[in-house]
Design a protein around this ligand. Structure first.
Ligand SMILES: CCCCC/C=C\C/C=C\C/C=C\C/C=C\CCCC(=O)SCCNC(=O)CCNC(=O)[C@H](O)C(C)(C)COP(=O)(O)OP(=O)(O)OC[C@H]1O[C@@H](n2cnc3c(N)ncnc32)[C@H](O)[C@@H]1OP(=O)(O)O
Length: 160
């Protein structure tokens, strides 16, 4: 397992990239995410979607929620040093997410089969579970990015 600088400060995770539209501090839509790694695997934390993420007034947009699910699922894997992309993402909305509502999250690897890992992300509000997401993530070689003309600005993000 990698010992990421992100995991050495009381298990807290910091944004993986300044310009990531979900977690990056340069993003005008940066989501308030406070993610921590309580143990060897998995992530817990808090998430708040606000008025920048609404679909109808007062309710978070389902696409914004899905992006947050993808971000959290990805964080579970990158902190383990896994180089991956998301191949498929399903998001089940059990109840509306209100803008400004503080949610707790937990995420973990549900299964690993060959290059495929399924990561589950649960989001809950004060009244209980609001979202369950499942990301099917596929391990990829470094060439997945280098053949696209991308270099260390991407490949260095994995396994820090
Ligand atoms: C822009 C990339 C960013 C990546 C990560 C980002 C940041 C990393 C750093 C820190 C991150 C911290 C937090 C993370 C934050 C966000 C995470 C975002 C992650 C993303 O958002 S990333 C962008 C969107 N994502 C893509 O850009 C993928 C496009 N796509 C492809 O690049 C190929 O499609 C690929 C590589 C997926 C597969 O291609 P391939 O040729 O390598 O392999 P192949 O097709 O053989 O599939 C192998 C096995 O997966 C099964 N399989 C494949 N696809 C499936 C599907 N859809 N449903 C069910 N099963 C599927 C096959 O059935 C086979 O299964 P089996 O082995 O059992 O036969």
């Amino acid at each position: 397992m990698s010992t990421s600088p992100e995991t050495t400060i009381a298990g807290a995770l910091t944004p993986h990239h300044d310009r990531c539209f979900v977690c990056g501090p340069c993003s005008p839509a940066q989501v308030e995410l406070d993610l921590r790694c309580p143990g060897e695997e998995g992530i817990v934390g808090d998430v708040v979607l606000d008025a920048r993420h609404q679909g109808v007034p007062g309710i978070a947009h389902g696409g914004a929620i899905a992006a947050v699910v993808d971000e959290i699922a990805g964080s579970v894997l990158t902190r383990l040093g896994v180089r991956f992309v998301t191949a498929s993402l399903t998001t089940t909305y059990h109840a509306p997410v209100m803008t400004g509502e503080r949610l707790t999250c937990s995420a973990w690897i549900e299964s690993t089969v060959g290059r495929k890992r399924t990561v589950v992300v649960e989001l809950a509000g004060a009244a209980g579970r609001v979202v369950t997401g499942r990301a099917l993530c596929v391990d990829v070689p470094e060439e997945h990015f280098t053949r696209l003309g991308l270099g260390s600005e991407v490949t260095d993000l994995f396994g820090r």
